[in-house]
Design a protein around this ligand. Structure first.
Ligand SMILES: C[S@@+](CC[C@H](N)C(=O)[O-])C[C@H]1O[C@@H](n2cnc3c(N)ncnc32)[C@H](O)[C@@H]1O
Length: 190
């Protein structure tokens, strides 16, 4: 009955995002979320996918080609620059963003998301996010440095103004080791 972490992250995006919206996959990796997002925004919407690794960019483009997806743009750049790649119209229709933090499975575990750029990216996205839009963070933190990113992100989201945002924490607290969890930030008003 309880949705798993990936399933719940997709459920939240599906609930908040509308057809025709612009959405951001802030860590496209192998492109699984990019493919999912392209379906929920429909042919009139658009997905912008970001990653800093060439391998991730190639895998995501291959994944999009397999699924014959044309409403997505994949950009090799840090998500901290994400909003600078969008036009004013695209920023106005920004309905959501998803971050899968950590490293790309099957790849260099030394290339991981870092709290400085993650928080910069979240701040930029929140400054343009539509009312009722959502930012979903899937926080993997078992790798080296993951505890620091986790701590800094929790500190950042704790201080978000409750009049403007709902902040949700979702995770399975009886799992062994360092299970991933979700932070979802819903924009209440603009
Ligand atoms: C957990 S993986 C993402 C998995 C992906 N969502 C999927 O469905 O396959 C994290 C990704 O974040 C990327 N990354 C790390 N720092 C980044 C940054 N500053 N901007 C964008 N992507 C970054 C890594 O290269 C890696 O591919």
């Amino acid at each position: 009955m309880l949705k798993g972490i990936i399933q719940f992250s997709h459920y939240l995006m599906e609930e908040a995002v509308n057809k025709g919206d612009t959405v951001i996959d802030a860590t496209c990796g192998n492109g699984h979320d990019t493919v999912f997002l392209s379906e929920i925004v429909g042919e009139n919407g658009h997905v912008f996918g970001f990653d800093i690794q060439e391998q991730a960019i190639e895998h995501t483009k291959e994944n999009l080609a397999v699924h014959k997806i044309t409403n997505a743009t994949i950009i090799k750049d840090s998500h901290s620059n994400a909003i600078h790649h969008l036009t004013v119209d695209q920023l106005t229709s920004l309905g959501g963003a998803i971050f899968n933090l950590g490293y790309l499975p099957g790849s260099d575990k030394g290339i991981v998301t870092k709290s400085e750029s993650t928080i910069l990216a979240i701040e930029g996205i929140l400054s343009h996010l539509k009312e009722n839009g959502i930012v979903v963070l899937v926080v993997y933190h078992g790798h080296e440095g993951g505890d620091i990113e986790k701590r800094n992100i929790l500190e950042y989201v704790h201080q978000l103004n409750q009049k403007q945002y709902n902040v949700l924490y979702y995770g399975f607290i009886n799992q062994k080791n360092t299970p991933p969890f979700i932070i979802a930030i819903e924009r209440k008003t603009r």
